[in-house]
Design a protein around this ligand. Structure first.
Ligand SMILES: [Cu+2]
Length: 510
């Protein structure tokens, strides 16, 4: 279905109000419900799942160091909105269809509040997964200012729960951010970018089967899902009216599988000021920015002297990335900025020359080096099965870093795709990427490099929690584990991969 572009105005998710706020803590309650929402004015209303009655969910804004309690509550129907594959781990017939658990992506948080995939719960907490520990989550927000997001993480149905609408922004603010004099208030806009496909009646389409159906299975997971239309903050191809001045946009790729390479058709520069986990040392002027699923970047766009112009945000990332086919006119369009508002006051905001000191972690401090492969194999139905280090979710825990220790992980990608690898709890730095001989590795289990180590791209030079592990390359990351001990996960953030075994538990030990 082809939908007209730039028909609807960009919605901006409301900021969630706490139920209680005092000197010691802040308390929120968030309900998950099924709702009907207009995602495009040419479409009938779409049934989606939302937090607090909206998709995307309301934005949660906290201060760095603020102690926040959130009671996430499942008030969804008993039947899932989308087709469940019961052969997928954690989604067998012995568990309720509709399970939820909320993870704040990028949060520095105790494990019991991290949203472990098997800590799911049903409506009214009537049934819970084996790692469920508490109804009210505690977040100490020990990060500096950064753009995080919250989303569902239930084992085996994460791809369906997020696609149904369960995602929203979680912003951490701090004093340093305030001192930078960035565009703020109505000039600071979060942009949650996703792709979806619609049925003619306006309902969400998600495939029940693979293009070549699997015999013996009524419903099968697909190797990856990409949608035919692009939504920003829950509207298809929206427009935003802007003043001729600077704006700060928080870009988030919240798609299941699709990568975005964002550009402006005006050819103008965007000034990237942050990576996944906060401010970079200096802003960088860029003409394009690549975002794999779950990656974020804050950019400043200056619309000064562009009165009357319409500027389109486009996407030219191939799918699957990097060797797939380029987007078409629809999937290559994201949204439009219309510089038609008059300047309401002089723009005194700045693109700061210097933001936050960035110290490279010293490789020599690494207590342990881990060599971890990204593999593609086949399951008993002949379907692609993506694995981390050739292990399935239920295999014994093999990554067990010590609290406070620094480690280097070699992500050895033996597959054809780029995979966004995300570690919970911690933040890391990318050391480098390097081509290697896959055939020799497969035969001899030894790394033979075929090229020089390439430093991370300028847009990645900062703290990250998600990294693109490119095909035929070894991607090295370095990180310090803490400040909590406990059970966390690391996984590919392409949701169809994550749901089908490309996820592993890891434990931080004392
Ligand atoms: Cu993957």
């Amino acid at each position: 279905m082809i939908l007209s572009k730039f028909l609807d105005e960009l919605p901006i998710p409301p900021v969630l109000k706490p139920l209680q706020k005092n000197e010691s803590y802040t308390y929120y309650e968030v309900n998950m419900t099924e709702i009907k929402q207009s995602l495009h004015s040419e479409l009938s209303e779409t049934t989606v799942w939302g937090y607090e009655g909206c998709y995307p969910g309301p934005t949660i804004e906290v201060a760095s160091g603020e102690i926040v309690f959130i009671k996430w509550m499942n008030n969804l129907p008993d039947r899932h909105l989308l087709p469940i594959d019961h052969t997928v781990h954690g989604a067998h017939m012995d568990v309720p269809e509709v399970r939820t658990v909320v993870h704040v992506h990028g949060a520095c948080v105790e494990w019991e509040s991290d949203g472990y995939p098997e800590a799911w719960f049903t409506k009214g907490f009537k049934q819970v997964g084996r790692y469920f520990r508490k109804q009210i989550y505690r977040y100490d927000n020990c990060n500096h200012a950064c753009t995080l997001w919250y989303h569902d993480h239930a084992l085996g149905i994460t791809r369906l729960n997020i696609y149904a609408g369960l995602a929203g922004f979680y912003l951490i603010r701090d004093q340093r951010e305030r001192s930078l004099n960035l565009p703020s208030g109505k000039y600071e806009v979060p942009l949650l970018i996703q792709d979806k496909t619609f049925n003619n009646d306006g309902s969400l389409y998600y495939p029940k089967q693979r293009p070549k159906p699997v015999s013996g299975l009524e419903t099968s997971i697909v190797p990856e899902f990409v949608g035919e239309t692009i939504l920003v903050n829950g509207k298809v191809y929206p427009y935003l009216k802007v003043e001729p001045r600077k704006y700060r946009f928080r870009l988030l790729n919240a798609s299941n599988t699709r990568f975005f390479r964002i550009k402006l058709d005006s050819g103008q520069l965007m000034y990237q000021i942050s990576t996944d986990k906060g401010f970079m040392q200096h802003p960088i002027g860029i003409r394009q920015i690549l975002l794999a699923p779950a990656e974020r970047a804050d950019v400043i766009i200056d619309f000064s002297n562009l009165e009357g112009e319409n500027i389109t945000m486009t996407n030219d990332a191939p799918t699957p990335f990097p060797s797939g086919s380029p987007p078409n006119d629809n999937t290559g369009t994201v949204m439009q900025f219309r510089v038609i508002l008059s300047l309401s006051s002089v723009d005194t905001s700045a693109i700061p020359a210097y933001m936050f000191p960035f110290h490279k972690l010293n490789e020599r401090l690494a207590l342990k080096v881990r060599y971890l492969t990204l593999n593609e194999t086949r399951d008993k139905f002949g379907r692609e099965l993506m694995l981390l280090d050739n292990k399935q979710w239920d295999a014994p825990i093999s990554e067990n870093p010590k609290l406070g220790s620094t480690e280097i992980w070699y992500l050895i990608n033996l597959t054809k795709d780029s995979h966004p690898i995300h570690l919970h709890l911690i933040e890391f730095q990318i050391l480098d990427r390097r081509d290697f001989d896959i055939e020799r590795y497969t035969k001899e289990k030894m790394l033979h490099y075929t090229g020089a180590a390439v430093p991370p791209e300028p847009q990645e030079r900062g703290w990250k929690d998600t990294v693109r592990a490119n095909p035929k390359q070894v991607t090295r990351i370095i990180m310090r584990f803490g400040p909590y001990t406990g059970l966390y996960v690391w996984h590919c953030h392409m949701l169809e991969h994550e749901d089908y075994e490309m996820m592993r538990p890891y434990v931080v030990i004392r």
